[in-house]
Design a protein around this ligand. Structure first.
Ligand SMILES: Nc1nc2c(ncn2[C@@H]2O[C@H](COP(=O)(O)OP(=O)(O)OP(=O)(O)O)[C@@H](O)[C@H]2O)c(=O)[nH]1
Ligand SMILES: [Mg+2]
Length: 203
């Protein structure tokens, strides 16, 4: 069965709940450290080059950005609309401490208030062990009773050997033996169809 996103559009940006989109649709959220590849993943998933703006400099995404997407499922034939939600990164964004605090607050408000979140994709860089901020974020998401999927980004940057080793380290850090971790590359498309499957199942 082939699952594809056949349409995607930027809808709106928000820093408070009054600015969330008017149209209510299921939401899939992408969270992770600055520069981990959240915006790039949204582009690769939707097959768009510049739907979400990306940068080599951490701190590019500064608001909660909602992208409306249409998923096409072939069996049975069905179209499903939902939002891909891009968040500012936590961690080492090139911005002031005050700004980071403001971002953390409106991200937390969004995760607490939105009733449409189907699951949260938490991104970690496959090359590095998760940091305290990653583990804290994971804990916060679980405390809000939101389903979470760990996605290990930039898988194209590692050899097969290194990748297996690092995935084991990441799994161990999160402290859950059966935690599924999806290796993903926005460069070569690895993980793309698996993630679309997970999204389709959640909608
Ligand atoms: N090799 C490789 N590079 C990637 C991948 N995903 C993202 N990048 C690069 O990583 C950098 C950051 O990507 P973004 O998508 O802007 O990261 P972000 O998580 O949205 O960052 P913020 O908006 O600052 O929080 C860019 O230079 C991307 O080209 C990937 O899968 N493979
Ligand atoms: Mg971004």
């Amino acid at each position: 069965m082939e699952i594809k996103i056949i349409k995607s559009d930027y809808v709106t940006s928000a820093v408070r709940s009054s600015q969330y989109p008017e149209e209510i649709l299921p939401e899939i959220v992408f969270i992770g450290r600055s520069n981990v590849g959240k915006s790039s993943l949204i582009n690769s998933l939707t097959n768009r080059k510049n739907l979400a703006r990306t940068s080599q400099t951490p701190g590019k995404t500064q608001t909660i950005n909602f992208y409306k997407a249409t998923l096409k499922i072939t069996e049975p034939p069905e179209l499903k609309n939902f939002y891909l939600v891009d968040l500012p990164g936590y961690g080492y964004a090139k911005t002031s401490k005050t700004n980071r605090g403001i971002w953390a607050k409106f991200i937390d408000e969004y995760l607490s208030k939105s009733l449409q979140i189907k699951f949260v994709c938490q991104l970690v860089d496959i090359r590095h062990a998760p940091q305290d901020s990653d583990l804290q974020t994971f804990k916060n998401i679980l405390e809000k009773n939101l389903p979470v999927l760990i996605v290990a980004t930039k898988s194209d940057k590692l050899s097969k050997n290194e990748r297996a080793k690092n995935l084991a380290v990441i799994k161990k850090s999160f402290g859950i033996e059966e935690l599924p971790i999806l290796p993903y590359s926005s460069k070569n498309g690895e993980g793309n169809s698996d993630l679309l499957d997970v999204i389709a199942d959640s909608l």
